[in-house]
Design a protein around this ligand. Sequence first.
Ligand SMILES: Nc1ncnc2c1ncn2[C@@H]1O[C@H](COP(=O)(O)OP(=O)(O)OP(=O)(O)O)[C@@H](O)[C@H]1O
Ligand SMILES: [Mg+2]
Length: 449
Amino acid sequence: MANQPQPSTEKSLSDELFDIVSQACWRWRLELCLLALPSGTFVLLHFKGKFGPVPSGILVGLMLVLIVATPPSRRLLGRMLHSARVRRNLDIAFMFVPGRISERKPRIISIEKTNSGDIAILRLRPGTSIKDLEDVTQIIAVNLEARHIKLTQDPARANRVSISILRTDPFDDKASPQPLLNKAHTDFWDPIPVGINDLGKVTFVGLPEHSLLIGGEPGGGKSVLLWSLLSAAALDRSVVLWLFDGKMVQLAPWRKCAHSFVGMDIDRATAALEALRAEMELRYQKLLEYEVEKVVKGDGLALHLVVIDELALYVSHPDKKAAQRFSDLLRDLLARGRAAGVIVVAATQKPSADVVPSSLRDLFGFRWAMRCTTKDASDTILGSGWATRGYSASEIDPARRGVGLLLHEGGIPVLLRTFELKYEDVVAIAKRAFNLRQNVDQGDEGSDK
Ligand SMILES: Nc1ncnc2c1ncn2[C@@H]1O[C@H](COP(=O)(O)OP(=O)(O)OP(=O)(O)O)[C@@H](O)[C@H]1O
Ligand SMILES: [Mg+2]
């Protein structure tokens, strides 16, 4: 039998050229459209509108000046061009990796600019997995000239992956100022902006129905974080503040806004917690009357925020009986307070069992570890086992004040730096909050406090 000629699988030179040109056009599609727009307008004006070439040119020029000179359209254009550039670079970066990713390139769904780079959402093609991407992240980082690349899989969909392209170290620069600095008022039910995470994005914490334990070495930034949380709470005039300050001066600017402010006196501290417990029990009576199971946003029942700086001072007080009473009351508030709208935020240097009873410590749902000296100390705050999984606050550079690991809603610790707040800023916010609260006390809003 005569040999049949085999169809050639090799692409001809013209086919290859066509592929290269069409791929390049597709990658530069936005820029090409933006170029075509003024040219198209000129052609329309000149040939269809019967304007002369000079008036048509002037009109097109004016249109371009208007787009560039108007801040919203200039910003939109800048964002679009930036996204297009990142999209193009990422697409090219995928082309030059070995293995399945270059054969079945992920689809780039969206690009979001962050303080330290970009986050791209990808859809993986069938036949590939996040493992294929993980194997080539170092190469992609080189191709993109990035500092680091981090992948996160969408827990709801295995084919959705976000790729964080980090170009600068978000903690290198000066810490960002707290966005609440110039706010006239807040709603404490809304998530509070607390800092910038290692991907350069603002991180929020929602405190209603949660309690937060903050730990870390002296000077790590615990009190500054408390100030941020208190700014959000004090500027919501319906929130009732119960403050306990083991150093007297840290929370002092807020004392005029507070329903109760206690310094180092353990008996007064215990009496304040007893009063709050009585409030909590009244609140449960009220919930029973209203036939609802818990306090919710908009029901007119105020949230009670308990902030304790230097928790160890109270729970390890030399007066053992009073310390025990304080711990018992706090444990009760942590255990039963959630549905009644009682939120506890406590800071201490090292919450080890000899300082903070573990039965008390374990009731805090959210944990925040500022820089610690050892892995054990970090685990004491976050919970055991996190250090061996690579989440240890002992690895934080001591020079970077305010950097810590937050374990909250996502279930995985997030590395972030808190917003900076200076004492004088705190005094100014507290004054504004006091004035706001004076107005409500004069009777322009009802609450159950
Ligand atoms: N996010 C931040 N950005 C920049 N500087 C910060 C930040 N957080 C804290 N600092 C600086 O670190 C210093 C110590 O912070 P802070 O008083 O909050 O520490 P602390 O953990 O409460 O210490 P201590 O346990 O001794 O009370 C502050 O003077 C502040 O200037
Ligand atoms: Mg402090």
